[in-house]
Design a protein around this ligand. Sequence first.
Ligand SMILES: Nc1ncnc2c1ncn2[C@@H]1O[C@H](COP(=O)(O)OS(=O)(=O)O)[C@@H](OP(=O)(O)O)[C@H]1O
Ligand SMILES: Nc1ncnc2c1ncn2[C@@H]1O[C@H](COP(=O)(O)OP(=O)(O)O)[C@@H](O)[C@H]1O
Length: 286
Amino acid sequence: MNTVGSIKPLPGFGGLRDSGFPCNAKARKVLRVSAVEGLQQAVRVDFNGTGNGKAKFNMLKSNGSPLDSNLANEFAGNGKSHNSLSKIGNSTNIKWHECSIDKNDRQNLLNQKGCVIWITGKSTVACCMSKILTQMGKLTYILDGDNIRHGLNSDLSFKAQDRAENIRRVGEVAKLFSDAGVICIACLISPYRRDREACRKILPNGDFIEVFMDVPLPLCESRDPKGLYKLARAGKIKGFTGIDDPYEPPVNCEITLECNNEIYSSPSSMAEKVICYLQENGYLHA
Ligand SMILES: Nc1ncnc2c1ncn2[C@@H]1O[C@H](COP(=O)(O)OS(=O)(=O)O)[C@@H](OP(=O)(O)O)[C@H]1O
Ligand SMILES: Nc1ncnc2c1ncn2[C@@H]1O[C@H](COP(=O)(O)OP(=O)(O)O)[C@@H](O)[C@H]1O
């Protein structure tokens, strides 16, 4: 973790950079910090050096209003002791730790709203969307089923129970990204409605944007860039989605992207449709 003298960085701002003054400086200085390279929004931090190595400080949000005064205690490690302990799954005696820097603060910093775009399948459109949003100065992150199975979820198979656990974990990770203020694009097959609905439920209302890639199976098979449909048809892959494993199309999705013999949409025009939705629903500003 970065430090400025003996002062720990503001929680949530790992990119705090030393502006060149010692911790015990008497002079009052203002640090401009930015969580992401190139972001214009800054959080001002006023430091009052005390001369004893323990700085007192007042933190100001970018609009000049003070941050919650409890933050100073949190910062100094003087957190309150909490009595109400919980058991969540197999985790016993745990207690949610609140931080006075919240999602709104991060959204203001990024000038966007964190959300999850959940595309059932189709990495190409996810990448296209990420590219356009990046060019617009918006921070995105793609959680691609195939990629996440290379690491975090490499212990999971394609049996229904493991697919459900795959979706559950990615849903939780997506929720963290969204809470960080990021536009998180999750592209997994996520073939079961129940698993997708469970992800929707853990997010604030409106922040789960389900996108249905409505592409008929013969068209998917004709593309088959990895040759997996061919292997599945030959019986070399068992339980393959669309061949001998079910896919349950969404019933109440926010967006449908159609591509079939009558309607051809390029990946970028599909991506633009989703971006229009974000624009119209206020996700592209804080
Ligand atoms: N049995 C079976 N069924 C479906 N897909 C299979 C299977 N085995 C391997 N693959 C490859 O894994 C990719 C899908 O992974 P996901 O994590 O998105 O799947 S799921 O959401 O858990 O259903 C999927 O990627 P996409 O081609 O992007 O769909 C395949 O490349
Ligand atoms: N809208 C589209 N128009 C034409 N080709 C597409 C379109 N979307 C995807 N493809 C192509 O279809 C293939 C499969 O797409 P991909 O995004 O990799 O799907 P998945 O994530 O389900 O594996 C790729 O070769 C890709 O280039």
